[in-house]
Design a protein around this ligand. Sequence first.
Ligand code: ADP
Length: 381
Amino acid sequence: MNAQINVLYVSTSAADAQVLKTLLAGDETGASVRLIPARTAQAFFDALYSEDNYQVAVVDDKQPWSDWQSVIAALSKGRPDALQVLLVEADRPERQVAALAEGLAVVYPRCSAGLVALARLLSKLAARDQGFSLRQESGTVADGAEEESEEERAKLVYAVSHDLQDPLQLARRYAEILNDDFEQELGDSGSNVLGHLQFNLGRTQEMLDELLDYSRLQNTEVDREPIDLNELLDEVKGLYRLTLEEIGGRITCQQPLPTLAVDRRHFHRLFQNLIGNAIKFRGDRPLQITVRSQRVRDEWRIGVKDNGIGIAEQDTKRIFGMFERAGASEDQPGTGMGLAICKRIVQNHGGNIWVRSTPGDGSVFIFSVPLNDDSVEVRAE
Ligand code: ADP
């Protein structure tokens, strides 16, 4: 069960409180932290003498209504069990040292890095009773050096994509605050620059999310169940129905697809990525997507064929790598992670994925699902 902690946040800065809330909301442990802001002396004393239970009190050292020592003294008396955290002016380490010398255990600078550290501390406190950390993955211990380095790589990708979320969310939140509260001061050209900044931060967020998705697929168990691929394809068609109507595109299936024991969620993503790409990289002709399946020896092969722009020979392998794009222009949506994710999904099922393409004519993406596993069911030939 998740623990909940109450945090009294004594600060006049509404922006810092908002940023802290954003950081806490993005935390993956699911731990819950309730932030109770006290911006005025009245609010502080109301909270101090309220019935609420506070496990932590965060105090900004710059209060217009009192010096921080008096606030801390009042807290020590009224809330002796609450952990006290002081936020001091950034770039003034002597303040930090002075506060530590006065017996405060936790002192952070009042800046983005300090707020990130504070959010981490609060999440850790709230997650304390949950008894596990997302960082401690329970993957099997690899024997060979190669497997070990693969595992190391996977951990690195996870750690990078996970740890960059905090500073990025912080940057996005600050940009939002600028947008919402400082429109007048920014003027037209300032707002224009801010627009570009927000666009790029959004793109970075998209890339990071995809990287995190990819990294989660690296150590995941495949949750196999018999899936009728015709139904799955219909679901994906439904997602793109409006777009297809708008562009006059068609998706057809040459014969019924098989039912295979695969991970429903992952195969949905696989079909969605492949069909989404066929739509995105369509040519001038009306789009025609054809899905085919064929049993080849001990595996099923599924092909998604389009009549789009095609892919140059030299790019046909590279595009399955992380963040690799070929014909896509910069302002076309996408991050270059879609096919890397498809490859990971197919490989997790023991199969392979590749593409055959003629530039200007179209492409066919083919993936295989081996039948050497007893759990694979077949209903259509
Ligand atoms: P994204 O779609 O985000 O660019 P993907 O990993 O899904 O990333 O695809 C990588 C690249 O492969 C694309 O940028 C595009 O150049 C090329 N590509 C993928 N699918 C197709 C397709 N059906 N037709 C033509 N090119 C494609």
